[in-house]
Design a protein around this ligand. Structure first.
Ligand code: IPM
Ligand code: MN
Length: 362
């Protein structure tokens, strides 16, 4: 197949991990005889440095015309003091809004060989395989009115959810659960927030269309605790924008490193695929970042944007093999294995991919 993939390396460690993921996509293309047209465009601080807007018009147009977008990270301390529309992060919020990427899928599972890499006891972590389905274009992130009062004595944001927003993200979660363990935990704060009470009502009504999926509800504080105490008890976590932001970082931490987590942001047009970790300016340019989050995002791109399930699985198997073979970046380092860099990790995954038995071309 032919596919146009737009690469948005962005800031910090973004360029290094996107280069690693792009090299994997090139291997997939040659091994499975696809033609991937990989182009790059600036975003975030990288765009600001060129004198452009955080999300330049040309970048947005290129994204709208692509089959899929692979993003590294945005965020640069140099621009932290600007007003919110000139901050690198505003590019991410804008591209999510413009591409209408309302569904953010963030899988977190324990990789074989990494059971002891996280902060939890290996027997508590065993079997952990959850998917956070985060609503991405509503809630506090986008609600109006928002602002800082003129006299500077207060600031405000608005949390509003429409029924249709809850329903469409709910469907994504139930659909995802159907091909997993068929369990959805809907997370809210219905004991305090009206938006959560509506959330609960809409999700409960939706569940009747998915009789084969079990639904339960949990308050977000209790969920945060349970993710740390019993991560393997979850299958799909369905939640609103900000709760999902927080819970997905926690999920990353419990499985060993945020550097492992991939994500897919989906709407009705081209999807955006990015590692969950941020730009990590402190380690940028040092070849120490873990590229697995980005490479896993490339696998999600193959799966969700290009419908290449065989290829997506091959990439995930290659990650697994590289880890089982002892490949460890600094974030995963343990005394038993040497620490390798970003490029070396990408190469270990590449050679694992090339060593997989050849699969028929689809
Ligand atoms: C994420 C990030 C973003 C978010 C920031 C950078 C705007 O933390 O993708 O989780 O809060 O959504
Ligand atoms: Mn986040």
């Amino acid at each position: 197949m032919k596919a146009a993939i737009l690469l948005l390396p962005g800031d910090g460690i973004g360029p290094e991990v996107v280069a690693a993921a792009a090299s994997i996509l090139r291997v997939v293309a040659s091994r499975y005889r696809h033609q991937f047209d990989l182009r790059e465009a600036p975003i975030g601080g990288a765009a600001l440095r060129l004198g452009l807007a955080p999300l330049p018009d040309e970048t947005l147009t290129a994204a709208q015309n692509a089959d899929a977008v692979l993003l590294g990270a945005v965020g640069d301390p140099e621009f932290d003091r600007g007003d919110s529309s000139r901050r690198p992060e505003s590019a991410l919020l804008a591209i999510r809004r413009e591409l209408k990427l309302y569904a953010n899928l963030r899988p977190a599972r324990v990789w074989p060989g990494l059971e002891a890499s996280g902060p939890l006891k290996p027997d508590i972590l065993a079997g952990t395989d959850m998917l956070v389905v985060r609503e991405l274009t509503g809630g506090l992130y986008y609600g109006e009115p928002r602002g800082i009062a003129e006299d500077g004595t207060s600031a405000y944001n608005t949390m509003r959810y429409y029924r249709h927003e809850i329903e469409r993200i709910g469907r994504r979660a139930f659909d995802a659960a159907r091909v997993r363990k068929k369990r959805v935990t809907s997370v809210d704060k219905a004991n305090v927030l009206e938006t959560s009470r509506l959330w609960r009502e809409v999700v409960t009504a939706l569940a009747s269309e998915f009789a084969d999926v079990a639904l339960d509800h949990m308050y977000v504080d209790s969920c945060a605790m349970k993710v740390a105490l019993a991560p393997s008890s979850f299958d799909v976590i369905l939640t609103e924008n900000m709760f999902g932001d927080i819970l997905s970082d926690e999920a990353g931490a419990v499985v060993g490193s945020l550097g492992l987590l991939p994500s897919a942001s989906l709407g009705d047009g081209p999807g955006l695929f990015e590692p969950v970790h941020g730009s990590a300016p402190d380690i940028a340019g040092k070849d120490v970042a873990n590229p697995i989050g980005a490479i896993g995002s490339a696998a999600m791109l193959l799966r969700y944007a290009l419908r290449l399930e065989t290829e997506a699985r091959a990439v995930e198997q290659a990650i697994e093999k590289a880890l089982l073979g002892g490949a460890r970046t600094a974030d995963l380092a343990d005394p038993a294995h040497p620490r390798i860099g970003t490029r070396e990790m990408a190469m270990a995954i590449e050679s694992a991919l090339l060593a997989l038995p050849p699969t028929p071309v689809n």
